[in-house]
Design a binder for this molecule. Structure first.
Ligand code: ASP
Ligand code: MG
Length: 457
């Protein structure tokens, strides 16, 4: 039985001193238990990664003064947080030293970009790493000071020393085998009663060069670390209390599902529910580690626990919504259906690297739902010789998700009767047995989502 939990805090959960203080309380109440110790994984403070990207762009444009001004803004913001935490002089000095080092390095990088007139992906990753390094520099001191009363040691770990990735800067893939080896020592320190703090999102390749794993990657980092340490559970602390039955901005009655299966959670995410990225969940699924999505603003709420198997009795897990998608329709030019038409259409999709969200096929006529993407008009080149291709923008896709869909009769009847006033332009079921997709005009999405929600929840 593992004694380690991963506690990942997103950008808004560490955005200021209050948020950091809440996170510390959460570490104490939901991470540290008898015989259980957390590894805390942090994002950059909210908005910082975007500002760092901007700093890179400004330097590339030669707007160096503005770039330096933005670094000063970062400096003020982080020192403001540090100050508001009211730490002891010693802790404050240690964190300041660390922060100053990070800003110095940033300023050097900015000069480098200016001189070279280029911002390579490698330089950009180094630049972006400042955000997570700065948030952890502050947080680890604050946590250290707080836990010293309980005689618990806090170990700050630089993710670049153990989170090994390939060299695909900007979208580097973690090397789970290597990471597992490198994290053995961390596991030992936690088993001996310590608490770890480290960065999500960043890592290093085997030459020790800083890498990042893609925007929003901290959840993925946390999952990989959980797998490497065979954690008991992975807690994702964010600003929403779990995976909702529907987007609460569209359907105010939506609520957080207490339990959901991995498969339904990733299907929800794939079809538009924004809480977790599906690839985030995958390594934990494989390892059978439960992932909990919790709200740092409301930590006593149960949130959602994502399980390997579907919970008993839940037929429909939720309704995912994707707005402003494009519907593409290819109608064969031949009177008699041709077996070659489909292959031409699918080949051209492959050629343009387009993966449809869902599709519906009748004979050799095809309807696809797709993300709006500039390449789509290029599909004309290949498809036009065999079929007439038309695009319909401003559509929305509603997806009813649930592993219970397959074996429970009557769901489709309830679904369609709940939206009988809606003009349904595409229906797709079966490709994913836990998802029924319907495409409707985007301006009908609110009414439709509310009606479906009322029917099922
Ligand atoms: N700070 C990074 C980002 O904003 C990673 C993360 O927060 O997950 O993309
Ligand atoms: Mg995030």
């Amino acid at each position: 039985m593992s004694r380690i939990v991963i506690q990942k805090f997103g950008g808004t959960s560490v955005e200021n001193a209050d948020a950091m203080q809440r996170a510390i309380e959460i570490v104490k109440r939901h991470g540290i238990k008898r015989g259980i110790r957390p590894l805390v994984v942090l994002s950059a403070c909210a908005g910082v990664t975007n500002l760092l990207i901007r700093i890179g762009e400004l330097s590339l444009l030669g707007k160096i003064d503005q770039a330096h001004k933005s670094i000063s803004d970062l400096d003020h913001r982080h020192f403001g947080i540090l100050h508001d935490l009211h730490l002891s002089l010693r802790s404050e000095q240690e964190a300041s030293l660390h922060l100053r080092y990070i800003w110095r390095e940033l300023r050097t990088l900015v000069r480098g970009v200016e001189l070279l007139g280029e911002l390579t992906p490698k330089m950009k990753d180094k630049l972006l790493s400042a955000g997570e390094r700065a948030s952890t520099a502050i947080f680890s001191q604050a946590l250290r000071e707080d836990l010293s009363e309980k005689d618990i040691t806090v170990y700050p770990y630089d993710a670049r020393e153990f989170f090994l990735t390939d060299s695909d800067f900007g979208l580097a893939r973690p090397q789970v085998g290597e990471i597992t080896k490198q994290m053995k020592l961390i596991g030992k320190k936690l088993a001996a009663g310590g608490v770890g703090v480290t960065q999500g999102f960043i890592g290093a390749n085997k030459r020790g060069e800083t890498t990042t794993i893609g925007r929003g990657g901290s959840d993925f980092s946390a999952t990989i670390m959980g797998v490497a340490l065979s954690a008991k559970e992975i807690q994702i602390w964010t600003d929403v209390a779990g995976i909702y039955t529907c987007d609460p901005r569209i359907v105010p009655q939506a609520y957080a599902q207490p339990l959901i299966s991995f498969q339904d959670a990733s299907t929800m995410a794939f079809f538009g529910a924004k809480v977790l990225h599906p690839e985030t969940i995958d390594p934990a699924v494989q390892a059978g580690i439960p992932v909990r999505v919790l709200s740092s603003k409301d930590p006593e709420r149960k949130g959602t626990t994502i399980l390997t198997q579907p919970p008993d009795g839940v037929i429909v897990a939720g309704i995912a919504i994707k707005r402003n998608i494009v519907l593409a329709k290819a109608v064969s030019n031949e009177m008699v259906p041709q077996s070659t038409t489909l292959s031409v259409i699918f080949d051209s999709l492959q050629d343009k690297k387009v993966i449809p969200l869902a599709s519906s096929i009748a004979f050799d006529d095809v309807l696809f739902a797709m993300e709006p993407h500039e390449k789509y008009s290029e599909l004309h080149q290949q498809i036009d010789r065999i079929a007439t291709l038309q695009f319909f923008p401003k559509r929305a896709m509603l997806t009813i998700v649930g592993q219970g869909l397959l074996n429970n009769p009557g769901i489709a009847a309830r679904l369609f009767s709940s939206i009988r006033h809606c003009n349904c332009e595409m229906i797709s079921y079966g490709g994913a047995s836990n998802a029924i997709n319907i495409v409707i005009p985007d301006d009908e999405v609110e009414n439709a989502a509310k009606s479906i929600h009322k029917e099922f929840f």
